[in-house]
Ligand binder design. Sequence first.
Ligand code: FES
Ligand code: FES
Length: 410
Amino acid sequence: VTTIRLEVNGKEIEAEVEPRTHLADFLREHLLLTGTHLGCEHGVCGACTVEIGGEIARSCITYAVTCDGAKVRTIEGFDADPMMTRLRQAFTEEHALQCGYCTPGMMIAARDLVRRKSNLSRDEIRVEMSGNLCRCTGYVGIVNAIARVIDDAPSAAVAAPTHGAWLGPAPGPLAERADRAQMPKAAPSAERKTAIAERPRTAVRKAIQVTVGPVEEVDGETRFSQSFRLDHPRDAVWQLMKDPEVVAACMPGMSLDGPPEGDQVKGRMHVKLGPISASFAGEATIQCLDADYRQIITGRGGDRKSGSRLSGRVDYRLSEDPAPNGDPGTKVDVTVGYVLTGSLAQFGRMGIVRDLASRIAETFAQNIEARLTDPGAEPARTTELGGFSLLLSVLLEKLKARLSRLFGSS
Ligand code: FES
Ligand code: FES
């Protein structure tokens, strides 16, 4: 067993857990916080959603030992939260629950959504909430309730919290924060003190809206464009975005094998979609056009496990885009074209590509923004990209195809 210390709903807890104990079991069985429900127990249904360090995560696929030093909030910890109060009222008024099994996870995910985004259509709310399943309601009441809270309080959307960030299971102890210093602690060991002192600051992430254009197939290549805006002067953004090491550090799932050699760089991109993961290793050529504030990256690589191959080109250009009050700003326009072959090519379908591209770009833009604001901060590392909603799209497409075959043959 391992001794862990963590904060749960504002209370400091010290406990001995087995390495295999999931956070959900720990919360329910050790702490008797049974508001955290277990449905699928493998990261699909969202019933077990809790907040870890201010970010939502699935407690059924998070080991309790990885939460050593973290702040965890379960549904029981939101009693006095004003936004949760508004959501509770809207859920009641819109009849957004029946058996209530999905409700704790649904409300924590809904609160996270309302906190991050405003001006969402009902379709967008459905997509955003697609990682939480409800077997009773048909979702209409849930979507209406969330839309009502968003409409009533568009200003509710705020930047992501500053407790560090990741999508998926907790990566382990979080960066030490000033507010954590207030927690009474048992005397940490000398090694632990050194480890804490050496932890890098995690970048503060600010919500950034990414616009993704239509995904098109042209001559066997998948193409799309996307854009986002940063509240920083173009030269400052360019200094960061022309540096391949910074770009790789800010890109979720990406790492370089070493420093660039001339205009060549080698690295790998890890993408995880629920239980499916791929690691593309490859190389790229970088063409840097300083005068145009433009960079073109052309690369190719492969995932050995699945035998899939990926080749493509990312072309981005920066333009000045001042705010209405004259404050400097930069618009980043990106175009992407790629060919994916092999067993992972099914993930090249348009809806999935659009969703994945938007999530990657959002995290990337937030990391660049955080770097610009605090150059010493470590970017938030993300290796899992909203796996469930993407996976669900694939499964639904397969189901649709089967049904149409069935109808066709009957
Ligand atoms: S119980 Fe955790 S996602 Fe279903
Ligand atoms: S209300 Fe029953 S599962 Fe959602």
